[in-house]
Structures are given as C-alpha cells and as structure tokens.
Write a protein that binds this ligand. Sequence first.
Ligand code: 8YV
Length: 309
Amino acid sequence: MTNKVLITQKLLDSCEKAIFEKFDATRLYEKADRDAFLTENGASFIAIAGGNVDPALMDRMPNLKMISNFGVGYDSIDTAEAKKRDIRVTNTPNVLNDAMAEITIGLMVGLARRIPQADQFVRQGKWPGGNFPLQSELTGKTVGIVGLGRIGKEIAERCQAMKMRVVYYGRRKQTGIPHVYYDKLVEMARDSDWLVVITPGGAATDKLVSADVIEALGKDGFLVNMARGTVVDEAALVDALVNNKIAGAALDVFEKEPQVPEALFGLDNVVLSPHQGSATHQTRYAMGALVVDNLSAFFNGDPLLTPVV
Ligand code: 8YV
C-alpha cells in the first residue's frame, strides 16, 4: 500500500511539515482546479488529513481508507457515510480540554466584568470623567453546562473554582457526577444564570438552544457558545440580544464562520471571539501531533489512537 495523503484544509505548519516528511502528501486546498485534480488523481490517495469530507469527495477517492481530522469536532465529516464505506475516522480529543476550558472562563469573566468595554473606557480617556459602571460577577451564580463531556467537565471544574453552582444537561444522566442533571434544556435554562454550550455540532444538536431555551434563560441570563454555531438558533439569539431579552452572550463560534451577524457588532452586551477555543501554540501543536500519529498508526497497521469510526 502506498502512503499517499491528501490534505483538505490548511493545517498547522508543524503538522503539515510532519505529514510531508512522513508520507507522500499533497495539498488539495492549494489546487486551483480541485475537480480536475481529483478526476486525475483522486483514486491514488489512501488517507485524508483534515476535515470537510462529504460523500461527493469520498466518491472521487475510491481507495480512501482513513480520515485524520484536525479537531475534536468532526461535524464537517460525514461519519455515517465513512462507516458504510469502511473508511476509518480519527479526531483530536483531550489535548485541547484545558485550552478550551481556560478561554471559556476568560470569556465569562470578560462578559460579566465587561473587560473589553473597560479597556476601551481607559484608552479613550474617559476615566477622569467618572468611574466605569459597576458590573456583575460569577460568584454564587448557577451555570448550566450543555454537554458535560471531556471539555464540559474541565469547564465545570473551573466554574466551581469561581464559586459557581454547576448543573448540566445532556442526553443522559451520568453516573458519579455530583452536579444536578436536567433532562429538559428549557428547564435548566430557566434555573440557570449562565448557560455554557459545549456539546458536539452536527444534525443531532442543530438549534438545540432554541428560541424557547433562550427565552427561558431570561433577561438576567448569559449565554456562552464554545461548541458550534449550529447548536444555537442564531437568529433567535441575535433577536434576544438586540431586544435585551437576555443579559448578554460570549460567542466563540457562529453559524457561517468567518461571517458574523453584523447586528452583533454594535451591541454592548456581547463579547465576540473568532473561533479560538483551542488556538494556543501548545494545544494546536499537540492536536497536529495527534493527526500525524493517527496517520502513522494507520499506515503501520497499528490500532488508531483516537478513532471515532
Ligand atoms: C479548531 C475545533 O478550531 O477541535 C475542534 O473541534 O473547533 C477547534 O479546535 C478546528 O478544529 C481547527 O480547524
């Protein structure tokens, strides 16, 4: 078997470098005419590094046996179709848990204590004219975590360090978890001061945070989305923020990245972040290494390190 790898999206430099050193690699994303390239060469590739793999791309790559995704979320890969075709899929879990949890707390504090606005207040020379308005704080508040998975648990631990009460919503109650479980998201939203969304994206969670959930969170509630833009009904969220139906939102992800609803730009009750949950040197390096290690395991015939299919 050859070790031809097709890179479907721009990856971290160190990751691409290692892929080129270890395998016979090609960057699909650089090809001016991808269609023509795939017609001529698609059948020669055994593996993909990166995401954005739909059945149409699989059709063009009849010998594809493995997809090594850069990211814990693999909603850009049709895994059901991959399974049908005996294509293995791996992701990059765990190595990003701490970075994700860290920025989640940062965005929460930024939103509650209005750090971006306070910075502007000082820079714009407004301080001598009077003090910055008082803010809210996390201490003593209830945070509802939507998706208490590996990252969710790290966020929960840090929220407890902020002296918050943690509750959670998920498909099922987990054993050995001390936090109160809700099987209805609307009810958890009603009982929470903060809602932190950190559940996988994809069809199963599409608009899970619906207009009803946002309404239940209420005018004193804050929403934080660290998952995927698709998990929240973005139009309903924008409406709630514009009309002060909730207190505020911190958003790291959006429905149509890198496009962000312009209606958010002028709002004072939002903190916006360009999908940078895992974007630190050390975490992205570790994610890249895992992408490469999964490819190596596959080509060596060893068990995959972090398979999802
Ligand atoms: C990355 C992510 O932004 O891991 C994920 O699922 O969303 C992020 O860590 C993304 O995968 C980089 O392409």
